[in-house]
Design a protein around this ligand. Structure first.
Ligand code: FES
Ligand code: MG
Length: 593
């Protein structure tokens, strides 16, 4: 309460705005407009921490919309602890509604939030996270400015149901598309099936990018323990919002900053948790980006080194069968972390927002339902991490091992003479529109030995990098019982997709990566054991193709549609290194400057 105010580790940042006797004019200027919504001069100049609530919810961002309610409880917590709450909007991002892709907006929301956190009288901030890109955007900005920050997840939707079966966000869309393509349902049936997966407020209830990133925000130590998995409409979600408000005020007093929490050890913990939960292929992009903004060394190879051998413990769609409510009841992130701790796989001393270590927070956290979270010594699948592949097609791409189905393994990865390797004929699409127009074209002669390629879908080619690498097979193959062809590309794919694609290929075709040289009809060889991915085209032929590509002015991609598309295309890096705005990485710990 107010008597704790004097114990601040160092003067409040906001004092520079509101308590500045040497610059009376400026203080008056800052004060008067903050007074006009009910705050008093005494409050603003009382030495109470001023806490921002970075609001990502809005009508345009329905996944995070429940934060508009939760923020009321956050405010009460802030008040109760002696702070003053100031809520402000973050640039909205809704994963499935934004054209051409929400990937374009992560860095825009990041930039906007950096300016707010740096430029206004805020001593700490509550980051309201949820839908896919909102989580990394908020964490990246807090890392860059480095004021005390705590994340609050909005929580997943309740479980979806259709005819007695769980229907999960996104995952049901991929399935419904196949049913529609095969003529088993009509359009009305398609919409009904898809809508059943979204029964309440909250984010995707599958282990898509939202549940992944919210779980990892907790594993990194940036949310209160046990909070990530609480479903949005639950009473417990209101309570944790209140506790988050209480806690951020003390974090300011303790001067506990993102740089104290987001250490290399914390990232390695998060990589391992990501494998154990069957996390999204977007996680390496976002965590590598976050690491760069906080100044921690983290590479794509770290994901294989630390994550590949970790087994899958969490039985959520798309790798498993359950959904968000089940995950919470089974114990959520602490139960997963505790399983990893029993194997010595957690850096237990890593600090978290509650001021305690992750080891102290999670030690002994029991699994409440072993159908949903499996114990480490009896996992759902061995080796659930990412394999990194390299070759003349790209210098890195990843494959999510936990979603390789038995059908896929049998067809492509079980040649006794050549295990985990396959060859096929490439069919190449230039961007999602080209794919949609031609996938069912008989002239492409797609059969079960075809490898589908999607290029022109990276951060520059399709600004922001589209989630389009998981391509459904042509209708004639689906009808014949072949549901998945190998897919490779320089774009991303939705975390809700169960496709074992090889994706996030860097460098992308748009900047002359190897994919730009590939042609339909080329033979391609993938070897998971060796970690290679190559087009079987002679060197001199590739050199000739490169000359022709350069003579044509490089790989052609669509024109910019908005100013931001042009600006970001000029500054963005590749998916392997987080697709950050490269010049932004130079700016770190801004609050100290
Ligand atoms: Fe927003 Fe999945 S679309 S959380
Ligand atoms: Mg997505």
């Amino acid at each position: 309460m107010a008597d704790k105010v004097e114990t601040s580790a160092r003067p409040l940042r906001s004092k520079a705005w509101f308590d500045n006797p040497d610059n009376v004019d400026m203080t008056a200027l800052y004060l008067e407009r903050y007074l006009n919504f009910g705050l008093s001069q005494e409050e603003l100049q009382s030495g109470r921490p001023i806490i921002g609530i970075a609001q990502t919810g809005s009508d345009l961002s329905p996944c995070n919309r429940h934060h508009l309610e939760l923020a009321k409880r956050v405010r009460e917590g802030i008040r109760e602890a002696g702070g003053i709450a100031i809520e402000f909007p973050v640039h909205p991002i809704q994963e499935t509604g934004k054209r051409p892709t929400a990937g374009l907006d992560r860095n825009l929301a990041y930039l906007g939030l950096v300016e707010v956190l740096y430029g206004y009288p805020l001593d700490g901030v509550v980051l309201t996270i949820g839908c896919d890109k909102t989580t990394p955007a908020c964490l990246m900005a807090a890392a860059t400015v480095n004021i005390p920050a705590i994340a609050l997840s909005v929580g997943p939707m309740l479980n979806g149901w259709h005819k007695g079966e769980r229907t999960g966000s996104g995952t049901i869309v991929w399935k419904a598309r196949e049913l529609l393509a095969a003529g088993e349902i009509d359009y009305a049936g398609f919409v009904k099936l898809v809508a059943s997966s979204a029964p309440s407020t909250g984010y995707c209830n599958t282990m898509g990018t939202a549940t992944t990133m919210n779980s990892l925000a907790e594993a990194l130590g940036m949310q209160l323990p046990g909070s990530a998995a609480i479903p949005a409409p639950y009473r417990d979600r209101q309570e944790i919002a209140y506790r988050t408000g209480l806690r951020i005020v003390d974090m300011v007093r303790e001067d506990l900053k993102p740089s104290d929490i987001l250490t290399r050890e914390a990232f390695i913990n998060a990589i391992r948790v990501n494998s154990a939960i069957g996390g999204s292929t977007n996680a390496p992009i976002h965590l590598n980006a976050l690491a760069r903004h906080v100044g921690v060394e983290l590479t794509i190879d770290d994901w294989q080194t630390y994550g590949e051998d970790i087994p899958l413990l969490v039985n959520l769609q798309p790798a498993g069968i359950y959904l968000g409510e089940d995950y919470y009841h089974a114990g959520g992130v602490p139960a997963v972390v505790n399983q990893l701790m029993t194997q010595g796989l957690v850096h237990e001393k890593a600090l978290t927002v509650n001021g305690r270590s992750i080891g102290d927070n999670c030690r002994g956290a029991a699994i409440a339902d072993e159908a949903v979270i499996w114990p480490y010594d009896r996992p759902l699948k061995e080796k659930a991490g990412f394999r990194v592949l390299r070759g003349n097609l790209f210098s890195s791409a990843i494959m999510k091992l936990s979603v390789i189905s038995s059908e896929f393994r049998l067809r492509y990865l079980s040649n006794p003479d050549d295990p985990e390797a396959f060859e096929g004929r490439a069919v190449v699409f230039d961007g999602p529109e080209d794919y949609h127009a031609r996938i069912d074209d008989p002239a492409l002669a797609i059969d079960e030995t075809t490898i589908l390629f999607m290029r022109g879908a990276g951060p520059i080619g399709y600004p922001g990098a589209a989630e389009v690498v998981n391509m459904r097979a042509p209708a004639h193959l689906i009808k014949a019982g072949i549901h998945a062809l190998p897919c490779i590309g320089d774009g991303r794919q939705s975390g809700t997709s169960g496709s074992p694609s090889i994706l996030n290929a860097s460098p992308e075709a748009a900047i002359g990566g190897g994919l730009a040289l590939l042609r339909t009809g080329d033979r391609v060889r993938i070897d998971l054991t060796r970690g290679t991915a190559d087009m079987l085209v002679p060197e001199d032929e590739l050199a000739e193709r490169r000359r022709a590509l350069e003579a044509a002015g490089g790989y052609a991609y669509p024109a910019h549609q908005t100013p931001w598309q042009e600006i970001q295309r000029g500054l963005v890096g590749q998916l392997e290194t987080g697709a950050v705005l490269e010049p932004a990485v130079r700016y770190q710990r801004l609050a100290e400057t």
